[in-house]
Write a protein that binds this ligand. Structure first.
Ligand SMILES: Nc1ncnc2c1ncn2[C@@H]1O[C@H](COP(=O)(O)OP(=O)(O)OP(=O)(O)O)[C@@H](O)[C@H]1O
Length: 477
């Protein structure tokens, strides 16, 4: 039976909560203070501790450290946002404001227990192991279970020569992971060449990757080394590999199979020793089933796989990242170190972050540039508190199917009166992308196609390849 401990000094509330939880088949123990909880029970033997924030003696939040891996849900009748947010910063798994609705309390308990059980089924690590992994990647912030596992996987993958496929939404750190794999490998002294397959025009991608010999085509006035050859001895990182045109895919496949490349227009092939790392935010498996990505290439690159979770699913890492970036930008811009206001913290921890770590970084940088006082408030971050709330975060993190698109759509459907340029840009793209080609969209917005592509990446609204392809072919027709 699942064991819960209630720490609450008001006996009426304590017994009502006990009855509620017992009716829901939990085994409930109770204490009136932190001290009583510690002396009467082994805190580690519980599955969840529900504690009031203000208690006689030590505050409820002191249980967070004492309970180790046991999650602590903080109740606060001092419904100040600040104390709730502070509890979260100290490591509480969640907070609930008193008086609470019975349904909300039961939902919170069920969700925390479920999340914790899922985290525990993935192999448990010793504190030493947890400590080691955070420092393994330079500048990398990630203490949550998923990121710790990822660091472990990277350390195992790095020394091999196997191809790695990194999956994750835009801005989740795919390139950072690729660099870390390279730097932890025996190739670290050699170059890592990064290529964004989506940013190079289709007509140039093959010559960029494979190079060409003088006279191969009009304008080829001299021999040119391709990017694969330039990575000889090192690592080639192919970002957005899902955008690679079919002809280039066939050439890449030959390179992977034979370990040699032939420059365009050349007769001889050359051996190259390159470790390949690919990344994409797209579902390559589905694309290959739909005939939009070569299946044989997919099997070749899908050897070792790394899945980066979206920022909104990384729990307290969001705040750690924000604080780290805040310090970084204050130092970089020569401003006195600022702190995040409680509202800013609430906004950061509840916003969906469709552009993930990159979007957070830009928001923090912008806020440091604009900040005049000691504190960074949510308006400086450009996050509208009206558009985020805890329940949205919860529902989105529990429904794994929620996509960037739906979250942005939800925002776009109910826009504030005075849209910022970025909001306007996102809205315009979302509203018109099904009826306009990329060129038309870029023209209407007064930006280049490259700029449109970059902003799509930044806002997490990647171009839907299928529909744009269809448009191109129907335009040709
Ligand atoms: N865990 C992390 N800790 C610290 N910084 C991070 C982390 N993850 C990402 N970043 C930073 O966020 C930014 C975006 O990361 P990166 O370019 O690796 O993302 P990406 O997934 O490759 O993006 P895209 O899909 O748009 O190519 C970079 O400035 C990177 O340094």
């Amino acid at each position: 039976m699942t064991k819960l401990l209630i720490v609450e000094d008001e006996s009426v509330i304590r017994s009502a909560l006990k009855r509620l939880l017992e009716r829901n088949d939990y085994d409930v123990s109770e204490a009136g203070s932190v001290q009583e909880a510690e002396t009467s029970f082994d805190l580690q033997s519980f599955d969840l501790i529900i504690s009031d924030l203000r208690l006689p003696g030590a505050a409820g939040t002191t249980l967070i450290k004492k309970a180790g891996a046991v999650p602590v849900l903080i109740m606060t009748s001092y419904a100040s946002l600040k104390s709730a947010v502070d509890s979260m910063r100290m490591g509480a798994v969640d907070y609930i404001a008193k008086p609470f609705d019975h349904g909300d309390m039961i939902n919170a308990v069920e969700r925390i227990l479920k999340d914790n059980a899922e985290a525990n089924t993935k192999h448990k690590k010793s504190p030493q192991q947890l400590g080691q992994t955070t420092t393994r990647m330079d500048g990398f912030i990630g203490d949550c279970e998923a990121m710790q596992n990822l660091c472990d996987d990277i350390a195992k993958m790095a020394p091999t020569t196997s191809t790695v496929l990194i999956l994750g939404e835009t801005g989740t750190g795919k390139e950072m992971v690729a660099r870390s794999i390279h730097e932890q490998s025996h190739r670290a002294a050699q170059p890592m060449i990064s290529v964004n397959c989506a940013a190079i025009p289709e007509t140039l991608i093959e010559s960029e990757l494979f190079g060409y010999d003088k006279g191969a085509f009009t304008g080829a006035n001299a021999n040119r080394v391709g990017l694969i050859e330039a990575a000889d001895g090192g690592t080639l990182f192919l970002d957005e590999i899902g955008e690679l045109p079919m002809e280039a895919q066939a050439r890449l496949l030959r390179f992977i199979q034979e370990g040699e490349i032939r420059r365009i227009g050349a007769v001889q092939s050359r051996k190259v020793d390159v470790r390949l790392i690919c990344a994409t935010h797209r579902n390559l498996e589905r694309l290959s089933r739909e005939g939009k990505f070569r299946q044989d290439l997919f099997y070749r690159i899908n050897v070792l796989r790394v899945m980066l979770p979206p920022l909104r699913d990384r729990g307290k890492d969001i705040l750690h990242l924000a604080e780290h970036m805040l310090q970084h930008y204050c130092e970089k811009l020569g401003k006195p170190i600022k702190s995040l206001s409680p509202k800013a913290i609430q906004a950061i921890t509840t916003y969906q972050w469709p552009g993930n770590v990159r979007e957070l970084e830009h928001a923090i940088e912008r806020s440091v540039v604009l900040a005049e006082g000691e504190e960074i408030d949510n308006d400086l971050l450009g996050i509208d508190l009206e558009l985020v709330n805890v329940s949205r975060l919860r529902s989105s993190s529990t429904s794994s199917g929620s996509s960037n698109k739906t979250s942005i759509r939800a925002i776009a459907q109910d826009p504030p009166e005075d849209l910022s340029l970025e909001d306007y840009f996102q809205r315009f793209v979302l509203e018109h992308q099904d009826t306009m080609s990329e060129t038309e969209l870029a023209q209407k917005l007064g930006v280049s196609r490259k700029c449109l592509w970059e902003r799509r990446q930044r806002f997490g609204i990647p171009r839907a390849k299928a529909s744009s392809d269809k448009r191109v072919s129907s335009q040709k027709d």
